[in-house]
Design a protein around this ligand. Structure first.
Ligand SMILES: Cc1cc2nc3c(=O)[nH]c(=O)nc-3n(C[C@H](O)[C@H](O)[C@H](O)COP(=O)(O)OP(=O)(O)OC[C@H]3O[C@@H](n4cnc5c(N)ncnc54)[C@H](O)[C@@H]3O)c2cc1C
Ligand code: SF4
Length: 349
């Protein structure tokens, strides 16, 4: 079979599905092989090459590469993400090497002589774009609405899953390429798009999807019914959120588990997770894989705070929220055994 010099998407899916499934086309096969041969630093550099956030990804990437891994059809997929973490702990920004080997992952930084680019949003998308643009010779300025860079990596994902010092170092390495940063710069309020178009030849919009998803149910706006992303944003910025004695988490994805685990240490709460099609919402894993992971998360949570985690899978639908006589929010549910699954609504940015 002849191999094209620059493989296109079709060739990748047919021959290297893990690489095709990775959002940055990491050559997972090559770094797994390098690890097997004991070439750990090479493995780090292979994982780092297309990705300015290898250390972050080694911890929290949803790892679509593993779902695509062909070994999965034989027994189990290769643990590609865990292997990435193994090499980043030795050579990544969190290791004794700090940012030095990260910087070996790119060539010489060219002078910033190209047309200037403004990047709006300092989350992973904006910072990755800023990194590539700077390495392509553009002067780059990142405008970030918050007082810090990192987007949902710092404002959404809880610290026990993703240490803040690790994010700070990977962000710092990108900024060290010679990228200008303006924080507390909310485009549309502090600066207009027209003003930025005067300053730059092009703008890259990377503002994320920070608005929390609402439930289209009566009572969703009652006091005490919080949106998980807003709750996490507040906690991660150091604000105290009053939760009461018992917490119910609606949903079964990463955000729901993050909200649950963040809420638990606050109080010894009885915690219930509701979700329709729970196994599908949890990153679309197959039921067996999902069950193993839910059990793992449940064990982790219960072990962590000795609280009771009750998971109500798939078959419960919430009808409405109401206020109790004591003014607390209550939740009304019904069983959905015979019901058709609801149509998934897709959010657009
Ligand atoms: C609780 C939670 C847990 C998650 N867990 C995982 C996980 O385990 N694995 C995983 O792969 N993904 C996870 N994600 C998803 C991941 O965080 C996002 O996919 C990722 O952060 C999206 O990156 P982004 O740069 O597009 O947007 P964001 O991270 O949202 O960054 C957008 C940035 O733009 C800024 N901004 C917005 N408007 C303006 C404006 N007008 N002017 C200037 N700046 C502006 C925002 O302040 C923000 O910093 C999780 C998300 C959340 C909320
Ligand atoms: S763990 Fe994530 S970043 Fe790493 S190869 Fe897999 S999909 Fe790509």
């Amino acid at each position: 079979m002849s191999v094209p010099a620059a493989p296109d998407a079709e060739w990748l899916w047919a021959n290297e599905p893990c690489r095709a499934a990775c959002p940055v086309n990491t050559d997972a096969g090559a770094y797994v092989t390098a690890i097997a041969e004991g070439r750990f630093e090479d493995a780090y550099l292979i994982a780092r090459a297309p990705n300015p956030f290898p250390s972050v990804c080694g911890r929290v990437c949803a790892a679509p590469c593993e779902r695509a891994c062909r070994r999965g059809s034989v027994d189990a997929p290769v643990s590609i993400r865990a292997l990435k973490r193994f090499v980043t702990e030795r050579f990544g920004v969190e290791s004794f090497a700090a940012n030095t080997i990260w910087h070996r992952g790119h060539g010489e930084v060219p002078p910033a002589s190209g047309p200037s680019v403004g990047v709006i949003g300092g989350g992973p998308a904006g910072l990755a774009a800023a990194c590539d643009l700077r390495l392509a010779g553009h002067p780059v300025t990142v405008y970030e609405a918050q007082d810090r860079l990192g987007g949902m990596m710092v404002l959404g994902i809880p610290e026990y899953r993703l240490p803040r010092a690790l994010i700070a170092r990977e962000v710092e390495a990108i900024v060290e390429l010679g990228i200008e940063v303006e924080t507390n710069a909310r485009i549309g309020e502090t600066h207009s798009i027209a003003e930025l178009l005067d300053r730059h030849a092009a703008l890259f919009l990377a503002v994320g999807t920070g608005r929390a998803r609402d439930l289209d149910l009566p009572g969703h706006d009652l006091d005490g019914v919080l949106r998980a992303v807003e709750y996490l944003l507040n906690v991660n910025q150091g604000f105290r959120v009053e939760l009461g004695d018992r917490v119910v988490v609606v949903g079964g994805g990463n955000v729901a588990f993050d909200a649950a685990r963040t809420a638990l240490p606050e109080r010894a709460v009885a915690l219930r997770l509701f979700a329709e099609n729970l196994e599908k919402t949890f990153y679309g894993f197959e039921p067996d894989f999902f069950q193993q992971n839910v059990q793992q998360v449940a064990d982790d949570v219960v072990g962590l705070v000795k609280a009771s985690l009750e998971i109500w899978p798939t078959l419960v639908e919430i009808c409405y929220f109401q206020k109790s006589r004591r003014g607390l929010p209550q939740i009304r549910v019904q069983n959905q055994r015979a019901a058709e699954p609801r149509k998934r609504r897709t959010r657009t940015p």
